[in-house]
Design a protein. Sequence first.
Length: 265
Amino acid sequence: MQKSFTDQMAREITINFPPKRIISIVPSQTELLFDLGLDQEIIGLTKFCIHPIDKFAKRIKVGGTKKLNIDLIKDLKPDLIIGNKEENTQSDIEELAEDFPVWMSDIFTLEDAIKTIAEVGALVDREPEAAYLNHLISAGFNDLKTLALQYGIDKKVAYLIWRKPYMVAGKNTYIDDILLINGMTNVIKQDRYPSVTLEELKALNCELILLSSEPYPFGEKHMQEIKEAIPNAKIILVDGEMFSWYGSRLVKAVQYFFEFQKQLY
């Protein structure tokens, strides 16, 4: 049976429904697909789609999110490719879309992520499973919002994703929304992921600097480097997957943020 869907970039695709040969080119969405029970249907994923690790090991790797192996993907003859506007390269997507149905997400907020889970569930014939995940995520994050208000968490924060140059998560990012839900106000007012110097960061008077584990693997030595430049800020190493992966990872993120908020009281 053929069925049409509109993706989050307002592109209409028609697929053989339900799809039997899926390639996922975004790590958080790959994890979602496995958690929706599509063990047999996923035939390819990227080298960054590491969760769950046992599934990752058994699948064909089709390159990285930004640099896909187009020829290999064509050889695999997928009946559906699932990507994301921010994480994938426009030229790759346009080339693949000439031959295959490519469904794209475009996510800026937790609400967008919940909508994506529902839409992917419909796309792959797993609507009840997607609805259950969304129930857990919505309930958990509503509790987190309540707790942040209850404990009066109100921290001015900067979230670093890269070094040399230092880059931060700004406005109009999914990370910015996750910070806000947990009682943190982003001191970065520019959109997306601007570069900053430590001097500029110091001038913003942030109380809290979060160093992400990905895409740059910040560690203890980097904490010291930043502490010397910005002595008045509290610096915490954080799990980047919890702040930036949408999809079923959000179920695990709820517990992570319950514990994380305790550091902010």
